[in-house]
Design a protein around this ligand. Structure first.
Ligand code: 8DG
Length: 131
């Protein structure tokens, strides 16, 4: 039976109404695809705590997570992901690359120009439709 993992991802918008997108590196799982920064939720961990922790670990900045924006269950070949996308605000520092290949801030209307991790596509579509 496939394992289900719970992943929380941040939709961080800047003052120009651009959203932060991260490119997974060739060494990572779901390689060379774009995602919202985040990571796996640990057992018993609150969603916002997990998200703030992951962003600090991977991008060396501090965010404050707010509401759940979208939740999706997607089946990959080797696992099932329960992806929870939350709105978040940058509160300290600037996102810095470590494991990922690239970071870009994009206007919503340009989000579709990236090759997204398949689990993220419904959240991307909802974000584009959001007024
Ligand atoms: N952080 C994040 N992960 C996502 C998104 N969409 C998506 O399919 N994923 C997948 C990629 C990874 O397999 C998993 C997140 O785990 P992780 O960020 O801790 O990644 P990881 O490379 O450390 O995981 P692993 O290869 O060690 O298993 O969820 C997303 O928008 N954000």
């Amino acid at each position: 039976m496939k394992k289900t993992i719970k992943v929380v991802a941040a939709i961080i918008e800047n003052e120009h109404k651009e959203v932060l997108c991260a490119l997974r590196s060739p060494e990572m799982s779901i390689a060379n695809m774009w995602e919202f920064p985040g990571g796996k939720v640990e057992k018993g961990e609150e969603l916002h705590t997990a998200l703030e922790r992951e962003i600090k670990e991977e991008f060396s900045c501090e965010i404050s997570a707010s509401v759940v924006f979208h939740e999706n269950i997607h089946e990959y070949d080797s696992f099932i992901i329960n992806l929870v996308a939350m709105k978040a605000k940058l509160v300290k520092g600037e996102p810095t690359l470590s494991e990922h290949s690239k970071l870009v801030w994009l206007k919503r209307e340009n989000l579709k120009s990236l090759v997204w991790a398949p689990a993220d596509i419904p959240a991307v579509e909802q974000l584009i439709e959001e007024v």
